[in-house]
Ligand binder design. Structure first.
Ligand code: OAD
Length: 246
């Protein structure tokens, strides 16, 4: 894709955003890649090096909670010093420039919140939140956790408050996401490979309901042919182009 194509498509998307009442953005690991967060499936992706079934399923936690906590504590250590990049920042500006803005993310890294985005729906939970297996209490905890952390209230084992493979998404979180998707005038899908449901097909649903559908990714995805506009390149470079004069 030439720089001219990118600029022309960015300007088309900006125009659409300018006329939209309701904008929904769905992000995946790609938006955080330029902050130094490893993605899951591409080169250097987490699921190329580690087996998700050993580390990110309820069965794995049941078998060996200490191993799963080692993995999540390592991920927390990697993520703690990382900062939002210009892609996250451009979405903050976008939120301030359109009447109704919803940011749905599959990411658990908390970088959208750190950047200053407000109306965020975290489909897969948040790595900085823990949940008690006994009393169910969810709390934020950014400290270095013990190898087998326990609930301050009831003493039971804590788990990361993230969605693992084989687990259902929180129905209230999912309901909020679908409500926004179905009303979107413009929906942008950024930095996701489109392989994990239900997020993968949310863009198609928005389009069926009449949204102008935009994709930003390094490369084509299984859904590329459905998009009204696809812009290929780094989200940290493309999003600022779109939001600069919103
Ligand atoms: P993936 O790792 O599957 O896909 C990342 C996507 O981002 C790929 O399509 C890349 O081409 C694209 N990408 C990489 N760098 C980019 C950049 N700088 N700018 C734009 N695009 C870029 O990650 P997800 O689609 O987010 O689930 O994965 C979905 C879910 O699978 C995750 O939420 C996680 C994982 O298993 C759970 O943990 C439940």
């Amino acid at each position: 894709m030439t720089a001219l194509d990118t600029a022309a498509r960015a300007s088309l998307v900006r125009e659409r955003l300018g006329g939209a009442q309701r904008v929904v953005v769905l992000t995946g690991a790609g938006i955080s890649a330029e902050s130094g967060v490893p993605t899951f499936r591409g080169e250097g992706g987490l699921w190329r090096e580690y087996r998700a079934v050993d580390l990110a399923t309820p069965e794995a936690f049941g078998r060996n909670p200490q191993l799963v906590w080692e993995f999540y504590n390592w991920r927390r250590e990697v993520l703690a010093p990382l900062a939002p990049n210009p892609g996250h920042e451009a979405l903050v500006k976008m939120e301030q420039s359109v009447p109704h803005f919803t940011l749905i993310t599959q990411n658990i890294d908390g970088l959208h919140e750190k950047a200053g985005s407000r109306n965020i729906i975290e489909l897969h939970g948040n790595i900085w939140h823990v949940r008690c297996l006994g009393c169910g209490e969810v709390s934020e905890d950014r400290s270095v956790l013990a190898p087998m952390p326990r609930c301050a209230g009831c003493g039971q084992l804590l788990r990361p408050h993230v969605v693992w493979f084989g687990e259902a998404l929180d129905p209230s979180v999912l309901r909020r996401a679908y409500e926004a998707v179905q009303k979107a005038g413009v929906m942008m899908v950024i930095g996701t490979s489109g392989t994990v449901e239900p997020a993968a097909s949310m863009g198609i649903l928005a389009k069926r309901k009449g949204a102008f559908l935009v994709e930003i990714n390094l490369e084509p995805t299984p859904y590329t042919s459905f998009y009204d506009a696809s812009i290929f390149g780094k989200s940290g470079e493309i999003l600022p182009l779109i939001s600069e004069s919103l």
